[in-house]
Design a protein around this ligand. Structure first.
Ligand code: B12
Ligand code: SF4
Ligand code: SF4
Length: 381
C-alpha cells in the first residue's frame, strides 16, 4: 500500500474526518443501518435549500445511466474541441463513485440568475452573457451548498458528501433532469416552466435518499433555439457542437477564432445567450438572485471603452467575475472581433488603431482582421 494510503486508512480507523478544500468531507460516512426517515429528511433538505436561496432542490440516484453513451458519442465526434478535460475526465463524469467514493445520491440544486429583462443592445455596445455580468457563481453556489450540507449534518450527524458547481466532472444537467428540476431542452440546457436562467450545483452524498420523479419534457415541436443559433452550433436537437458555439469560441478557445465564425459573433464578447433569449419558456422566468446583479455597467458597456482597459484595469474591475478567467489577451481578441462587426466609425477605427501594435500576435491578428472589415464596408457603394 502506498504510504499516503496507509496513513489515510489509519486516520479513518481513528474516526478521522477531513474537510475538502472545495467543500465536502473525507472519512465521514453515513450509518447505512440508521433509522432516519429519509422521506421526511428530503423535505427538510428542500426547505433548508429554499431558505438558503435555492430556486429548486431535487434528488437523483447517482447513476447517469444512458446519458453516458451520449457523452461518449459526443466526445468521439470531437465536439468538445480544445476542452481536453471533457475527454480526460469522462470516466469520472460517468461514474460518480470514482469521483467521490461511497456516493449513492446526487442532490441537485438550482439558483436563478436572470439579472434584468433588457434584451436590446446597440451594435457598438458589448453583449456579455447574462450569467457573467455579476459575481462568479462557482464559489457562491458551492458555499451555499456547503451550508446546506452543514444543515443536513445537524439532522443526521456525520455523513459523506462533496459539493460541486461546474467545478468537477459531474453530469449536472443529467442529474437535474433526473431529479425533476426540469427537462433537457433541445439546446441541451436544463429548462423548466420557470425558464433556463438557472445555474446548477450538486451535493454527492452517501445518504440513501429516495429519488424524485423526472418531469415530462415540454419542448414539443418547437425549434426556436436551433433556428436562432447564430453559428448553427445546435447541430441536432439535444446536440451542441461546442466548436461552433460562441460560448466556446469566446471563452474556452485559447487561440485564434476561426474566420468563418467572426462575422457571426456580432457584438458578443463573452458567451452567448441567443438559444435562451428565444426560448418561449423564458417569458416566465423570475428575476434572479441579487448577488448576480450586473457590476461595472457590464450590461451596457461600450466596446471601445472596454477595449481601452489596461491589463491592470481588467484584473481589478473583474475581480470575482467569471470573465477574469479568460485573461486580458483573449478579452482583447474578442472585443477586436466585435469592433470589426460594429458599424464603421471614427471611434471604432481609433480604438482598433490603438491596439494595432499590441505585443500579442493573437491580438494583432484579430485587430488586423477587424480593421479590414471596416475598410470593406467603406468600399461598398
Ligand atoms: C462543457 C460545457 C459547455 C460547453 C459545451 C456545451 C454542451 N452543450 O455540451 C460550452 C462551452 C459550449 C458551453 C456553453 C454554455 N454553457 Co456550459 N457547460 C459545460 C459543462 C462543463 C459540461 C456539459 C457537458 O457535459 N457537455 C457534454 C455533452 C455531451 O453533454 P450534453 O450537451 O448535455 O449532451 C447530453 C445529451 O444532450 C445527449 N446527447 C449528446 N449528443 C446527442 C445527440 C443526439 C442526437 C441526442 C438525441 C442526444 C445527445 O447526451 C449527453 C449526455 O446526457 C456544464 C457543467 C457540468 N459539469 O455539467 C456547463 C453548463 C451545462 N453550462 C451552462 C451554461 C449556463 C452555458 C451557457 C448558457 C453559457 C453562455 N451563456 O455562454 C452556454 C450554452 C450553450 C449550450 N446551448 O449548451 C450551465 C447550464 C445551466 C442550465 N440551466 O442547464 C451548466 C450546467 C453549468 C452550471 N453549473 O450551471 N458549456
Ligand atoms: S450559446 Fe449561442 S452559439 Fe452556443 S448554442 Fe446557444 S445560440 Fe448557439
Ligand atoms: S427554444 Fe423551444 S426547442 Fe429550444 S429549448 Fe426552448 S422550448 Fe425547447
Amino acid at each position: 500500500m502506498q504510504q499516503w494510503r496507509q496513513h489515510f486508512a489509519q486516520a479513518l480507523g481513528r474516526g478521522f474526518v477531513g474537510q475538502l478544500k472545495n467543500g465536502g468531507n473525507i472519512g465521514a460516512m453515513h450509518d447505512q443501518n440508521s433509522t432516519v426517515d429519509y422521506a421526511a429528511l428530503k423535505e427538510k433538505i428542500r426547505e433548508a435549500g429554499k431558505n438558503l436561496g435555492f430556486a429548486a432542490i431535487g434528488v437523483a440516484r447517482a447513476e447517469p445511466g444512458q446519458a453516458v453513451e451520449g457523452l461518449r458519442q459526443w466526445l468521439s465526434e470531437g465536439c468538445h474541441g480544445e476542452m481536453d478535460y471533457m475527454a480526460r475526465h469522462a470516466d469520472l463524469r460517468a461514474k460518480p463513485q470514482l469521483l467521490h467514493p461511497g456516493t449513492l445520491t446526487a442532490i441537485s440544486a438550482a439558483v436563478d440568475y436572470l439579472p434584468h429583462l433588457k434584451t436590446t443592445e446597440q451594435p457598438e455596445q458589448a453583449a456579455i452573457s447574462r450569467y457573467a455580468q455579476g459575481r462568479d457563481y462557482h464559489k457562491l453556489i458551492r458555499n451555499r451548498l456547503q451550508k446546506l450540507a452543514d444543515a443536513i449534518s445537524e439532522i443526521v450527524g456525520p455523513f459523506g458528501y462533496r459539493v460541486f458547481s461546474d467545478s468537477a466532472p459531474v453530469m449536472e444537467v443529467e442529474f437535474a433532469s433526473q431529479a425533476g428540476l426540469g427537462w433537457r431542452g433541445k439546446h441541451t440546457l436544463l429548462l423548466s416552466k420557470q425558464g433556463s436562467w438557472r445555474f446548477l450545483g450538486e451535493i454527492y452524498t452517501d445518504l440513501p435518499l429516495t429519488p424524485d420523479v423526472p418531469i415530462e419534457e415540454h419542448c414539443g415541436s418547437c425549434t426556436a433555439c436551433l433556428d436562432a443559433c447564430p453559428t448553427q452550433a445546435i447541430v441536432a436537437p439535444y446536440k451542441v457542437d461546442a466548436r461552433r458555439c460562441i460560448s466556446y469560441l469566446t471563452i474556452e478557445l485559447s487561440g485564434a477564432i476561426p474566420e468563418e465564425f467572426r462575422p457571426l459573433i456580432g457584438n458578443r464578447i463573452y458567451g452567448c445567450d441567443d438559444c435562451q433569449l428565444c426560448c418561449p419558456w423564458n417569458r416566465f422566468a423570475q428575476l434572479g438572485d441579487p448577488e448576480f446583479a450586473p457590476r461595472h455597467g457590464l450590461d451596457s458597456a461600450g466596446l471601445s471603452d472596454l477595449f481601452a482597459w489596461t491589463e491592470q484595469e481588467f484584473n481589478d474591475r473583474l475581480a470575482g467575475n467569471p470573465i477574469r478567467r479568460i485573461g486580458h489577451e483573449r478579452w482583447l481578441r474578442n472585443i477586436a472581433v466585435a469592433l470589426g462587426n460594429a458599424p464603421d466609425s471614427g471611434g471604432t477605427r481609433d480604438a482598433l488603431a490603438s491596439r494595432a501594435d499590441h505585443p500579442s500576435a493573437l491580438v494583432r491578428e484579430h485587430v488586423g482582421w477587424a480593421m479590414r472589415q471596416g475598410m470593406s464596408s467603406k468600399d461598398c457603394p
